[in-house]
Design a protein around this ligand. Structure first.
Ligand SMILES: *Cc1c(COP(=O)(O)O)cnc(C)c1O
Length: 439
């Protein structure tokens, strides 16, 4: 009994320590963000204990009258944000959204072309042999785009040739998926669109990382450039709760709806739906400024790191057009070791495979790079001018190898001025404040 109580209390202590960690560190994971206090309020609401299967108004459970209203409002705002005819906000994550997309547009054994993991693709677009969802769960045969390492983008001409040769040798390509987890520059959707449409290939776009930038009209506009359908996570640059969405055209609405439910979801986590409705309103109101600030801040951090000697990818192209920065760290060690070193100093990043890592024998566990995203720093009020300080902390931790504890304390001090969530209507609680209910 005592042990159970100790464990019970321990969980709350661990939660508090986690909040403390994030309020004193530099959170730079490219796939994360912080939600506003308003979104947090939605997350603890009773919506989180209910079921609402089906489409609003056609649910298979009672008790959904307010849930339906929130879902319809969310759909409506998301349509406005993405200028889209059809939106499904029920996928519970980006991966679920991708599985629904595959189910709506392809059959098992169909061929899909996407980026390989080393070139920035995501495991949800991966081959069965690597346990990727596309291959493992939906049975797709995954082939890869050709990649131009110098411009850090999909190679248009070589990818066309590749698709022609795949169709000659293996059969029809049913779907291409643009987008990825390492995503520095807009993908050539427009450049490939005519070619793909002429071959009757569905054009998908995975906006998991860049949805918030697309929403802010600062990246690319896939649906206008030729994409048939766009999937996303709602918690990376789009600063909502952890969830997903699919955005498309009316002509595809019915099959997407069926693929989402009953296809890949049952209950769809209604507290995070409510959170998404709030976040979507914040994006509608503040999204343009936010996206602009994110991209300017990312460029600045990339430059500042480069000036301090780091091998930042994409120099010729201005390093980045998104929230992300990719650094080859092999001059100083391997990605996994650098990630740990930075964590000890209070800088939270993730190691990342570089496109050229497989050739030099480096693997995911300890690859040659790290990936940074500035979106969370921007959300807590930092901008280009703070990035010099941030780059200096990187320099001290990795190049000068100063005592990590000293750096960690200085970062905690530096962070004191950045404790509120910005780009939201009201911020009555601190960004990383632990909000007790049970204590
Ligand atoms: C993060 C990511 C996903 C998956 O999103 P989850 O919401 O974590 O399931 C899908 N595609 C890409 C390109 C991603 O980066």
């Amino acid at each position: 009994m005592e042990n159970i109580e100790r464990l019970y209390n321990n969980i709350f202590q661990l939660l508090r320590r986690h909040h403390e960690l994030f309020s004193t560190a530099l959170p730079l994971i490219a796939s994360e963000n912080i939600v506003s206090p308003a979104v947090k309020e939605a997350l603890v609401s009773d919506f989180g204990h209910r079921y609402a299967e089906g489409w609003p108004g056609e649910r298979v459970y009672a008790g959904c009258k307010y849930i339906d209203q929130v879902e319809l409002i969310t759909i409506d705002i998301m349509k406005r944000i993405f200028d889209a005819e059809f939106v499904d906000v029920r996928p519970i994550s980006g991966t679920t959204a991708n599985l629904a997309l595959y189910s709506a547009f392809t059959e098992p054994n169909d061929i899909m072309v996407a980026l390989s993991i080393a070139k920035g693709g995501h495991i949800s677009m991966g081959k069965k042999r690597f346990w990727g969802s596309a291959g493992l769960v939906h049975g797709l045969e995954v082939e890869y785009f050709e990649f131009d390492e110098e411009n850090f983008n999909i190679d248009v001409d070589r990818s066309m040739k590749k698709i022609i040769s795949i169709e000659k040798e293996k059969g029809k390509v049913r779907l291409v998926m643009f987008g990825g987890s390492v995503f520095l520059f807009p993908h050539p959707v427009k450049e490939l669109s005519d070619f793909l449409k002429a071959r009757d290939i569905i054009i998908g776009y995975d906006a998991a990382h860049v949805a918030g930038l697309i929403a802010g009209k600062k990246f690319q506009d896939p649906l206008r450039e030729g994409a048939d359908v766009m999937s996303m996570s709602t918690h990376k640059t789009f600063f909502g709760p952890q969830r997903g969405a699919i955005v498309s055209f009316e002509k595809y609405a019915e099959k997407i709806k069926k693929a989402v439910f009953p296809g890949v979801t049952s209950n769809h986590h209604l507290n995070t739906l409510a959170g998404l409705s709030i976040a979507a309103l914040e994006i509608l109101k503040f999204g343009k400024k936010y996206a602009d600030d994110v991209i300017k801040t990312a460029k600045k951090l990339a430059e500042a790191l480069y000036e301090r000697g780091f091998d930042v990818v994409g120099e010729k192209k201005g390093f980045t057009e998104s929230h992300q920065i990719l650094v080859d760290v092999t001059k100083y060690g391997l990605g996994g070791d650098i990630e740990r070193k930075l964590e000890n100093a209070g800088i939270i990043v993730n190691r990342n495979l570089m496109p050229w890592d497989p050739q030099r024998g480096l693997h995911y566990e300890n690859p040659g790079g790290i990936r940074l995203g500035v979106q969370e720093l921007v959300r807590i009020g930092m901008g280009p001018s703070e990035m010099i300080d941030v780059a200096r902390f990187f320099e001290r931790a990795i190049i000068k190898e100063e005592n990590p504890e000293t750096i960690r304390r200085e970062i905690a001090d530096f962070r004191k001025d950045y404790q509120d969530v910005h780009y939201c209507f009201r911020s009555l609680k601190k960004a990383y404040e632990y909000l007790p209910i049970n204590q």
